[in-house]
Design a protein around this ligand. Structure first.
Ligand SMILES: C[S@@+](CC[C@H](N)C(=O)[O-])C[C@H]1O[C@@H](n2cnc3c(N)ncnc32)[C@H](O)[C@@H]1O
Length: 237
């Protein structure tokens, strides 16, 4: 499933790094799991918790664990109907809202191309593949500050990037980066916390422990396109 802001492209090397840092049986928490690109690649034999504030998305992951069958096709009319009746089948809404939308943006327009590719089927396959690897994952639908995290856990935080388009604000609210970094400082003695960000957004008191170049570019203050480097940050306590 394409997911705007998802870690699809770098999730293999990122999860390899995290797997290498994990201790035996150490619980793993993906606090902003989105389309679960990372947690679905984390080694088993531990408690794994996936959280996201997006209620439709988390309903989808939970229902898939219970055997929900996703559709092979969604017409544009069905897409519009689901968009206007989100509560009728929240699992389907979660899937269609991202998986059948342009660039994986929450109801950002019915995905199509000139070749007539079936985006729904493609999304279904990738979503089901991930779901099969997450049979024992505990899914939560909370604000990150309210998740009950076992002490000693590794906590991976793929927050919405600073200074980029905020999406799904109706579903998840506006993200307060200062409040989040303070939460990391306050909790770093209880959990081993890693934060994904662009290198240019790194707070002074955090250090880079892993990085990879990104093919994406963002606009700086002068509206010039600059190459982005995706990094993993840890608080220098
Ligand atoms: C960058 S995306 C995560 C992408 C994910 N790692 C992937 O590869 O698909 C950030 C996620 O944070 C979630 N989110 C935003 N604010 C949140 C909050 N206060 N608490 C929990 N989740 C939140 C959004 O719904 C979104 O799925």
């Amino acid at each position: 499933m394409q997911y705007f802001g998802g870690k699809q492209r770098i999730s293999k090397s990122l999860s390899q790094y995290l797997n290498g840092q994990l201790k035996d049986n150490q619980p793993f928490v993906d606090l902003f799991c989105g389309s679960c690109n990372v947690i679905s690649k984390i080694n088993d034999n531990r408690l794994k918790i996936a959280n996201d504030k997006h209620k439709y998305l988390m309903k989808m992951w939970k229902e898939l664990q219970n055997g929900y069958e996703l559709p092979n096709e969604i017409s544009e009319e069905e897409y519009q109907y689901i968009k206007n009746h989100k509560e009728e089948d929240m699992c389907l809404t979660g899937f269609v809202g991202f998986g059948c939308s342009f660039a994986g943006k929450w109801f950002g327009g019915y995905a199509r191309n000139k070749k007539g590719d079936n985006y729904c089927l493609r999304s279904k396959k990738s979503t089901m593949n991930k779901s099969k690897k997450m049979k024992t994952v505990v899914f939560c639908n909370e604000d990150y500050k309210d998740v009950k995290i076992p002490e000693g856990s590794m906590v991976y935080c793929d927050i919405p990037y600073l200074n980029t388009t905020q999406y799904c604000s109706r579903e998840v609210g506006k993200f307060d980066h200062n409040e989040f970094y303070q939460w990391v400082r306050d909790n770093c003695s209880k959990y081993e916390i890693y934060v994904s960000e662009y290198e240019c957004n790194k707070p002074e008191d955090f250090e880079i422990v892993w990085k990879t170049s990104s093919r994406k570019s963002i606009r700086d203050k002068n509206n010039t396109a600059v190459e982005t480097v995706e990094v993993l940050l840890k608080y220098k306590n």
